[in-house]
Design a protein around this ligand. Sequence first.
Ligand code: CUA
Length: 367
Amino acid sequence: MRLQKISKTSFFIATTLLTLLITACYPDHNQSTFDPQGPVAASQLNLFWWIFIGGMIVFVLVEGALVYAMIKFRARSESDIPAQTHGNTRLEIIWTAVPALLLLIIMVPTINGLFYMYEAPKLHQANHVLEVIGHQWWFEFRYPDPNDPEKEIVTANEVYIPVGYPVPLNLDSVDVIHSFWVPKLAGKTDMVPGEGNYMWFEADVPGEYYGQCAEYCGTSHANMKFKVIAVSEPDFKSWLQVQSNPALESSDPLVQEGAGVFKSAGCTGCHATKTVVNKGSKGRVGPNLAHVASRRNLAAGMLRNSDENGSVNDALLQKNLRTWLQDPNEVKPGNLMSSGAQVYTDPDKKLTEEQISQLVHYLSSLK
Ligand code: CUA
């Protein structure tokens, strides 16, 4: 009776875990590595299949031999002692040589893949080197300014790439180790402060690709997301052009009031609203907000501003901005704005509902 109970429970746990495991492989999932949409992810998946299938064959052979031996040489009665064997040179040579040979075989596609990842083929086509800088807990992106190669344009948490072109990426971090991961485009690469790192990826088809920090980096590690949006080359160029200009100034009085609050409340201390900076210059503490109202997500992917078709929904954006400004810690626990900005740390300076409304108007005007 008791045994039956235990086996029922373990059956339950086993099937639940198995279901979860299978869900993780579901290719339609936004962060599935089983649906590569670019050559780097495809080559990595290919390597995975080689190793996985090879591993399965080894598993079946070894476990098969084990089960066979257990049954065939079992003790048949209380007094029966099965034949005792100590050492078998031929067998030992075989089971050392075969795995060594298998490792040698796996080494070929692995090293091939490493070289492939290290440098983008057709690099001459890649005129858009993307700098990615990790922050607790958001991603900063920089491209060379299309109008002045000595300058860079800065954006955050959402970056466009041209379809069909390799995009080389320089990865860095300002605080702790993060890891850059866009599952459908390429595997993870660590972002090591002061060390830098390099990778590349390419998208075969236009689309919105989910990215996620993949190295534990503190309280909101799981909330450190981003989007890569792959578009045609002309669309990419016009996006870059838009990004290189400051947001349009609105004469709407509410917006103007909001711009005033943005300065007086100290937001400008950490957030820039101009995108062009000197090449390699140190970034601000907070994400660049020059075109925040054109981004599909807010708070590094935590709040979605866009409709199904990807266009920003103003009502949704304003609602999200309000949610974020009222209590950023609710959306992203541990974020630096909550612990560092006086409007959140000093009850006397707390933003009033009116100020929040003005800020929402201002920020949602930054297209
Ligand atoms: Cu950044 Cu985890």
